[in-house]
Design a protein around this ligand. Structure first.
Ligand SMILES: Cc1ncc(COP(=O)(O)O)c(C=O)c1O
Length: 397
């Protein structure tokens, strides 16, 4: 099979994609012709196997009501068995129209109004939105940041899980945006603290396939036998199909499965699944391993390029190559006020990366940027960021 050419840039404007066509969704000041390096969407076309399978499915001429079959379950099981040595029982796999909706179902099914839900900021901000949107309280177990090496504050977590009002914890593994891939020891400690205090653990493992060379992601369920764990995985990040709302929610515990069924099927009537999403999932998990490996290798190269670039052009940046995700988490605080810098980036230099403040405590001064794009496009964006930094320095000197 020929290698993918990931250096080619494709025009996605006008496809109703959020990343290019709805940049003002992030901030109304972003001009239409800005360069998007935000959102965890890649600039690489999906695998041709997926394209072919979808075309073939459409050419069958029917898109009737569908349900995941054995083939779907086997595809999911096969992927996690091969890549993570994780045996998932078929009965544990639940279809969900996306991970965030699943998190919303979990919050409503397993906690009650007013309960506290533990998250580890700075973290993927929809967690906080869903907690508050469902009238629960955000309990922040702030990550410790020592020279850009992030770790968990277990003493603080031990206190927080003890509080009887705190009934659930969301573990982001690998962690978006700080890029940690948690060790088995860290995951085990979290799970044990949750077990000792009967706190439900929701393990969001969407970025599990985006790890650097020699870094191993450990699915929470392979590390602990704690039964009150719910894991979310999905093809979205791995195969760059984030626009397709399909994820697999893994629940081992019989009692939790009943509550899940009650919430999803009885309250929201989720039992069918979109046929194109099913075909996509099956094809991706069964036939696109090489695509993922090649893309991840290219991303690794982009991270190395980024490290060099920052050292050369923005030496005051605080930055560490992440262990996981295809997102860079960059501290530019040494160059001045990050709100002004953000404004200069978006309005004058027309490059959109995400302002770290939206990720909660510990996010101010940081920016989140996706590096899953052709290297030349990444460089073009970085040049604009440097120009914005230079402008800011001129303004303040
Ligand atoms: C950690 C994490 N969880 C969930 C999601 C969104 O998942 P979905 O599109 O399946 O709702 C994302 C998307 O960026 C993410 O980074």
């Amino acid at each position: 099979m020929s290698k993918l050419n990931l250096d080619v840039m494709h025009d996605r404007r006008g496809t109703e994609c959020v990343k290019w066509d709805f940049m003002n969704f992030v901030d109304s000041r972003v001009p239409k012709d800005a360069q998007p390096l935000w959102l965890s969407d890649m600039e690489f076309p999906i695998a041709t196997n997926i394209q072919d399978a979808l075309i073939h499915r459409i050419q069958q001429g029917f898109i009737g009501h569908s349900m995941p079959s054995n083939q779907y379950f086997e595809a999911v099981q096969g992927w996690y068995q091969r890549r993570f040595n994780w045996n998932i029982e078929k009965e544990s796999i639940f279809y969900s129209p996306g991970t965030l909706p699943a998190l919303g179902f979990a919050i409503r099914a397993f906690t009650k109004k007013g309960d506290g839900i533990i998250i580890q900021e700075p973290v993927f901000y929809p967690f906080a939105e869903l907690i508050e949107g469902n009238d629960r309280k955000i309990i922040n177990n702030q990550l410790i940041n020592q020279n850009e090496q992030y770790s968990m504050n277990f003493d603080d977590l031990a206190e927080k899980v003890k509080n009887l009002h705190n009934t659930m914890m969301i573990l982001c593994s690998p962690h978006n945006p700080v890029g940690r891939v948690w060790t088995t020891e860290e995951i085990r400690k979290v799970a044990n603290l949750c077990r000792e205090n009967n706190v439900l653990l929701f393990s969001d493992e969407l970025h599990c396939d985006a790890t650097r060379k020699n870094v191993i992601h450990h699915p929470t369920m392979t590390v602990t036998d704690y039964q009150n764990v719910i894991t979310a995985v999905a093809p979205g990040k791995t195969f760059n199909v984030g626009g397709i709302p399909i994820s697999q929610i893994i629940i081992r515990n019989e009692q939790l499965r009943k509550l899940w069924y009650h919430e999803t099927r009885l309250k929201h009537y989720i039992s069918f699944a979109p046929p194109l999403d099913i075909v996509l999932c099956e094809t991706a998990y069964q036939t696109c391993e090489t695509w993922v490996d090649e893309v991840m290798e290219y991303i690794e190269g982009n991270f190395d390029f980024l490290v060099q670039y920052l050292q050369e052009h923005l030496p005051l940046t605080k930055y560490k190559k992440p262990e996981g995700t295809f997102l860079a988490w960059i501290h530019l605080g040494a160059y001045g006020d990050s709100e002004k810098l953000f404004e200069l980036m978006i309005k004058k230099h027309k490059v959109l990366i995400e302002n770290g403040r939206v990720f909660g405590h510990g996010g101010t001064g940081y920016f989140r940027m996706t590096v899953a794009c052709p290297r030349a496009f990444l460089k073009e964006g970085l040049d604009k960021i440097v120009a914005a930094v230079n402008d800011l320095q001129e303004m303040t000197n």
